[in-house]
Design a protein around this ligand. Structure first.
Ligand SMILES: Nc1ncnc2c1ncn2[C@@H]1O[C@H](COP(=O)(O)OP(=O)(O)O)[C@@H](O)[C@H]1O
Ligand SMILES: [Mg+2]
Length: 336
């Protein structure tokens, strides 16, 4: 498992749509639960894929038992707002006073942030929940952040509110949420990205923007859907020799098989070699982008291979098994 994520109770998973954010969230959470850690998955995206990934039916905004030590909830923004209001405003009199208050009006005018703030406030509330023994109810809460919009805007909404509103219950709540989000010893921010030009650029940018907005960067980057090399070890070295020797006149293949016109054995073998080369090129292309990612960030980058499965649940299962093994932030982790 990813060691640096073990220490923090709260894990925010971010990334552009389609990079495998929900699959990673489900796999991380299942992996933690398998080891006996009480884990909660929080889905915030309106386009939730969590039902299929956890093999459950996740209604809106209700806690569902997935398996021993694993629960899940699909947060609905409007419900979070109602709950936050009820928590923040203890009496009708205060509600009325607040609604007539200039500071409160500023809060409501910031409407686009209100949903996001209410969701984070709900996460804070879940984080603070305790069991009968007074111990935290969950050892880990893994939050799948919305794909739409910018993760920085979402995660910095509490700081924004805190700067905007200085006194009263909302200011106090904003402070508490910001304290959790801004503190690396309380929460981890994981970015999922693909080994490609633009996603790498965006992830590096995300890290910088988080540092500017929250005073903290990413903790872990998971490069997902990395193509494995078609061959490894001695076979890979032999293949390199073979490819090199194909280039010049009197190559190894020529020596073994003869030059060969279309349709002959030599020609057919050359085509098979070209096929392997295609897979190898794909892997090398991924490595190139991953190298750039690692060089541009002072963050552990873990590679997750592409799993050739046709449904999300099978992909998630393969990913749990992969993450369950000792995972290291070096590129070689894929070859094992
Ligand atoms: N490592 C992987 N290998 C193969 N397919 C993957 C992998 N990770 C994710 N996928 C697939 O990619 C698609 C998008 O994944 P999903 O987790 O829903 O992305 P997101 O939440 O980022 O939009 C799904 O079909 C999923 O099964
Ligand atoms: Mg998703």
């Amino acid at each position: 498992m990813i060691a640096s994520l073990d220490d923090n109770r709260l894990i925010f998973v971010t990334g552009k749509g389609g990079v495998g954010k929900s699959t990673v969230t489900a796999a991380l959470a299942r992996g933690l639960a398998r080891r006996g850690e009480r884990t909660l998955v929080v889905e915030t995206d309106v386009f939730s894929a969590m039902d299929g990934l956890l093999d459950i039916e996740l209604g809106d905004h209700e806690m569902v038992d997935v398996e021993p030590d694993l629960q899940a909830i699909n947060l609905k923004a409007s419900e979070c707002v109602v709950e936050a209001m009820a928590r923040l405003i203890p009496s009708e009199r205060i509600v009325r006073t607040l609604l007539g208050n200039r500071i409160a009006q500023t809060f409501f005018e910031a409407a686009p942030g209100v949903n996001q703030f209410a969701m984070l406030e709900k996460v804070r509330d879940l984080h603070a929940e305790v069991d009968e023994q007074g111990e935290p109810k969950w050892d880990h809460i893994v939050v799948d952040l919305p794909a739409s919009g910018h993760a920085v805007t979402f995660l910095s909404v509490a700081s924004t509110f805190r700067n905007m509103i200085k006194v009263g219950p909302v200011a106090e709540a904003a402070g508490k949420v910001a304290d959790i989000v801004d503190d690396r010893s309380v929460s981890s921010i994981v970015a999922v990205c693909l080994p490609e030009e633009m996603p790498v650029n965006e992830t590096v940018e995300l890290d910088g923007k988080l540092r500017d907005a929250l005073g903290r960067g990413l903790d872990v980057v998971l490069a997902n859907m990395v193509h494995r090399p078609p061959l490894d070890g001695q076979a890979a070295r032999d293949f390199d020799l073979l490819v090199d020797s194909l280039e010049g006149a009197g190559s190894m293949v020529d020596a073994l098989l003869g030059r060969g016109a279309d349709g002959t054995g030599a020609h057919r073998i050359r085509r098979i070699i070209a096929g392997l080369q295609l897979a190898d090129d794909w892997h090398r292309r991924d490595l190139h982008h991953l190298k750039r990612l690692r060089e541009s960030l002072e963050v552990d980058v873990y590679d997750i291979p592409v799993f050739y499965e046709s449904d999300g649940l099978s992909v998630a299962r393969r990913m749990i098994d992969f993450l369950d093994r000792e995972t290291r932030p070096e590129p070689q982790s894929l070859a094992s």
